[in-house]
Design a protein around this ligand. Sequence first.
Ligand code: C2E
Ligand code: MG
Ligand code: MG
Length: 692
Amino acid sequence: MSQAAPYAFAYHQILVAISGSVCLFGTWVGMRHFARARATRGSTRVGWLFLASVGTGAALWASTFISILALDASLNSGFEPVATGVVLLVAIVACFLGFEIGSRHFTLAPEAGGLVIGAGILVMHFIAFKSWHIEGRVEWNSFGVAMTFLLGLGLSALAVNRANRPVTRWCRHGAAVVLAFMICAMHYALTASAATIADPSMLLPAYVIPAHVLGLAVFGAILLVMGSGFSTYVIDMKIRTESADRIHQLSFNDSMTGLPNRIAFNERLAFDAADAHERAQQLAAFSINLDGFKVVNDMFNHSTGDLLLIEVAERMRRRLGPGEFLARQGGDEFLGLQMSGNHPRDAEAFAERIAGVFAQPFQVGDQQVRLTASIGYAIFPVDTPDRDQMLSNARLAMDRGKSKQRGLICRYHQEMDDTARARRALARDLQSAAARGELELHYQLQATLADGKTCGAEALMRWHHPKRGMISPAEFIPLAEETGAIVAMGEWALRTACRDAAEGRIPGTVAVNLSPLQFGRDDLADVIHAILLETGLSPRRLEVEVTESTIMSDQSRGLHILRKLKAMGISVAMDDFGTGYSSLATLHAFPFDKIKLDQSFVKRLPGDAAAAAIVRTVLKLGESLGMPVLAEGIETAAQWEFLRSEGCARGQGYLFARPASLRQLPDAIEAAARFASDEPPAKAFARARAAT
Ligand code: C2E
Ligand code: MG
Ligand code: MG
């Protein structure tokens, strides 16, 4: 038998063009569906993945066979029926798995998904060529085949990478082009690695499907791809119009401010997140919270508070631009959304615009009220790939800013999550801190400024954390207030301080701080009464310190409790005076036994003229109301001298004594006595002045 010469393929140009177009259209439809899958969850996601894989798989299948048919019409060939079906199945399954993996959120998910699709396409081609029978033999060039495989895998990983990490809106189309190009390139690289040797003696098996029958099946697949593409496009458009209508319906649901409500916000968020993903844009979610609004509400009445909220909402609404959305979550919290043009400053500029609303004071009757808002935001998908997390992340950022300072704009960072987690762990530990004996009271002595003599001590809580060591009350008291642990801790502090004082270890009165939460309980006076009975301390030697916010949360109730305590003979001090909101009103409403001037003013003495003026005013006020003033945070002799000469009765600060444990307290008392006798502060001050 004579050896036939190798046969070079003569491509059918029109079929080649059809094959490329089918492939491109199918992958483009597939990428659209894939984008939808990425932005949805649960069964909807699986549905989109299924559509994406059927569309793309059928297109791959059709284009593969068209391009094989395009090899040479004159070549007598046929296809094995089962293998032809298996090729379709492999294509769909590989696409499904690839898209499934690619739409997950782990680091190299897109690339891993792409590799799966690439591998599937290779297997598909392998089976397709295997199922292809010609009257002759096919010889493969192994180097060409290996290069084809590498090219195929690399390009498909690149395609899913582009689809999943879009940098511009064109990336999605780029992904379809890369995938289509990869399939075509692989197919033709594979055929270029093959040579056929015609051999008329090799007859086609009887069971193969003739080329024209397969052509019909391919035609059916093309219709399937086009049909699925078109119908999902129609459904998609319909869903968009419907959800836009629903958003509109739900839009004006907050009856008070006329702003959209939380439900409308959630709908809009879902809609915009899908759109942002589709168009490779960024979407920012904002949490906007008014600072100290509760105090304003308590100061005026609730209907005035409502009027203020309406005005705030109206001002913010007027500042909205295109693609921006504002809703009211409830209370004094608002929510914002901004579809941005991908500029890094877009979201920040929106937040600044909203913050600008508060630059002008608000008019309440004949009074002006200044408000600020803390704003937190998170950007999808840069900060938060999961759209459901956007709002909680924005809120986390807002809380973080608020805890530092009023009126801050704060963007979400991953570390905030870590901090929040650490805070939760700390809160858990705090629940059992008292029971495990990790809490301790330190005492800071207080003095009369005229002679420097000790007149009492303030109990200050300390927490020895088993792992973190000593934690400042500035950190754990707010946490204990958030979780409610402060109630038990505060009771423990009262009992311990009263016991220590009753045992004669603390000179004069012992002052204990009370938290607003302790005030919220009806049994506070009974608890204190029981503690006094239990420890045997005279009520005359107990002083409780309250801040304005403690009383303001429910003024009439707060004052009622204070009166009860006073009736028992316990003295009441107003702590941190000058930092609250309605200082004068509170002082008028209740006869405090002492005003504790906040250390923020004392710190600036004596050089700062404004602080000096405030301190003088407070001292005059105390005098006219018959309430002695105790200055907190005295650190220098100059501060001591200034306060003494201005008539301030008492003081507390590092100059006189630092907070000391019960064990160190005798030494501190001794040092304080030396301070009073050996070196009276006035003398120390005169000496310091002479030295300069
Ligand atoms: P506070 O009641 O205003 O206590 C005074 C704070 O000022 C204490 O901080 C004290 O150590 C600090 N201090 C005193 N003298 C000076 C000074 O000369 N310079 C400076 N820079 N600071 C000075 P500490 O112990 O960190 O307590 C912070 C806050 O934690 C307290 O402020 C109080 O509000 C709260 N706190 C402490 N113990 C308790 C407690 O048992 N119950 C409740 N509810 N709150 C507590
Ligand atoms: Mg205090
Ligand atoms: Mg204080």
